[in-house]
Design a protein around this ligand. Sequence first.
Ligand code: PLP
Length: 419
Amino acid sequence: MDVFDKLVKDGGPIGQHMDRAHGYFAFPKLEGELGPRMNFRGKEMIVWSLNNYLGLVNHPTVRKIDTEAAAMYGMGNPMGARMMSGNSDKHDALEKVISQFVNREDTMLLNFGYQGIMSCIDALVNRRDVIVYDAEAHACIVDGTRLHMGHRYAFKHNDIADCEKQLQRAKELAAKNGGGILVITEGVFGMDGEQGILKEIVALKRKFEFRLLIDDAHGFGYMGPTGAGADEAQGCQDGVDLYFSTFVKSMGSIGAFISGPKNVLKYLRYNTRSQIFAKSLPLMIVEGMLTRMEMVKTMPELREKLWHNVRRLQNGLKERGFDIGSTNSPVTPIFMKGDVPEATQMVMDLRENYHIFCSIVVYPVIPKGDIIYRLIPTASHSDEDIDLTLKAFEETKKKLDVGDYKAEDIPDMAEKTFK
Ligand SMILES: Cc1ncc(COP(=O)(O)O)c(C=O)c1O
């Protein structure tokens, strides 16, 4: 049997609608300057799909440094892995700045968040150790645990009782095998907007011996009094042994890092395979990140504007009776009921007639009959963007409730070039 046979049969769980959805519901092309207003298929949209929390991605200072750094270094500099030939003072300097910012002894830059955290997890544990992780953790954490040769136990999302139960199982197994326990969760969950229950997990250290790694991709740069992340917001930085985040969200760049105790970072530098065997982060990215970090430290107004917009959007939705779950971050889900064709009709109405662009999540990613619209307010949205969006959701929700969006199947919106 040809290994390709199964691939071409149905496209997989998410790809099953690709013939109709590609280029519109999936793989859409947003054009123009990155920000709250962009073009989609020739129309200007209010965009709610970018994790550009602080509005840095298109900030004039950021654009300037990125341009200058590109002119100075080009894309290739430095060449090779850091261990071999790709190291520089700037890489060291950025690691120092991040360590101070997140209040940790040391930091290692990673080329990408996804591979980076997978590879760190791989380096941190051996077959005797046990991993305990949140069941709704990001795919990169799940994939990291798949590399683990020992046992792993998932606890129900943000459920401290179940976390304790899994820790008990892990404790027994680790004791039997002579290993330790690594707990992994997120600072801010990018789908439902809930912060991880970091403080509660840290409190379990009194009862169980474990180390805690958090992925704060969605919290770094703006959560907490100085923007240092979700663990700063919850006042439990001391209990979070390893802090990971990426530069692709509030930093509007690319790359990632992990911070923690000096002795552990020393080990990770020499044992994280995705770094040892891959080219290091380009200098133009590192230089751009140094400027971004300075901005984050000296421009609290960016965070204040973000939180103003978060309050205006989330309060506006709640006042209008929308269910936004229990988000306690800028990530704003709107939970609705309907089937996949209805959800896609509503998205089309939002885009074509109200010029609102947001992401939707439907079955099979979430249970049948549920629809989640996900809005990411940023510091660069205006009050007008928010008010127009609230009005659009108010009107389209009424249409959804009376069945106006009922349809046989999802509409064919694919780019004709796709087939
Ligand atoms: C929670 C979380 N972790 C890790 C990543 C991956 O980071 P990167 O895009 O830098 O590979 C993402 C998405 O970007 C994410 O949302």
